[in-house]
Design a protein around this ligand. Structure first.
Ligand code: SAM
Ligand code: SF4
Length: 266
């Protein structure tokens, strides 16, 4: 499928929950968030139906994210349902890795191809500070389990304040080299007051070749991370919501949006 600026759209990012077992300082407030009502969260059947429709229109790259996707109940079942859809060449997940020790192998067996794991420091105290709740040992064990399960290439998402030369990032980079992991630096965006802006050198910076649509856990299709425009698949129906998203995908994104990363998955 193509948007009105003739950009080919083949990448769908799905946020399967707004919930998370961590409270990273740059992502969520310490006290947690106003959670969505259960009935507003899409069912596995609804998500799968949307993915099927999108794959028919040319999507061949799907990423499952959150919130923390591994806290969604029966996530392995959802991965299996999505993996069974013919035409997906790349099925990935972004996770904080805490539950990968138990779930990496079942996820691989269900058909997940690969994972991105978030890790901003290799220092246990710093990790606990940044995530407010996390125990780094579990992430290391999760990475090991992902390697054993063959969820390759494993990429490490490392949030930096300004540059990859910061001490934490340098240590994460060494850890990646030693453990055959790819590192991907993400510049921290300021979400205070619900505002985030495009950060130079940040991910998704190149609007002219943007190939993405996003689906939030409550069924909004969002054509742009840097815009509040959204079309709900329950209200509009899948066909209408996708068509409207394509028609309204901005040429480039702007600042000042109300959406949150833990809802749209970054
Ligand atoms: N919970 C999973 C995780 O942390 O990997 C998936 C969802 S999380 C919202 C997706 C990515 O967004 C993570 O790599 C996280 O580090 C990044 N992220 C969250 N808040 C951010 C911010 N303010 N600026 C830049 N990246 C951010
Ligand atoms: Fe949770 Fe991921 Fe946000 Fe951290 S970045 S609070 S792990 S959703």
């Amino acid at each position: 499928m193509y948007d009105k600026f003739n950009r080919k759209i083949n990448y769908l990012r799905i946020s399967v929950t707004d919930r998370c077992n961590l409270r990273c300082t740059y992502c969520m407030p310490a006290e947690g968030i106003q959670l969505m009502q259960h009935q507003d969260i899409l069912s596995f059947d609804e998500i799968t139906e949307l993915v099927k429709y999108a794959v028919n229109l040319g999507v061949d790259k799907v990423r499952i994210t959150g919130g923390e996707p591994l806290v969604r109940k029966n996530i392995v079942e959802l991965v299996k349902m999505i993996a069974e859809i013919k035409g997906i060449k790349d099925l990935a997940m972004t996770t904080n890795g805490i539950f990968l020790k138990q779930l990496a192998q079942p996820l691989a067996d269900a058909g997940l191809h690969r994972v991105n794991i978030s890790l901003d420091t290799v220092n246990p105290e710093r990790y606990h500070q940044i995530t407010r709740l996390g125990e780094i040992k579990l992430v290391f064990q999760g990475i090991e389990a992902a390697q054993k399960a063959g969820l390759n290439p494993i990429k490490i998402n490392c949030v930096v304040k300004k540059s990859s030369a910061e001490p934490d990032a340098v240590e994460v980079s060494k850890f990646c080299k030693n453990n055959n992991l790819q590192i991907r630096y993400i510049k921290e965006m300021n979400l205070e007051d619900g505002i985030f802006s495009q950060v130079e050198g940040g991910t998704g910076g190149n609007c002219s070749i943007c190939n993405r649509l996003r689906l939030t856990s409550n069924g909004d299709i969002m054509p742009c991370l840097f815009s509040d425009i959204k079309f709900n698949i329950r209200e509009l129906g899948i066909k209408n919501a996708i068509e409207s998203a394509l028609l309204n995908k901005p040429k480039s994104g702007h600042v000042a949006v109300k959406s949150k990363f833990y809802n749209i998955g970054g």
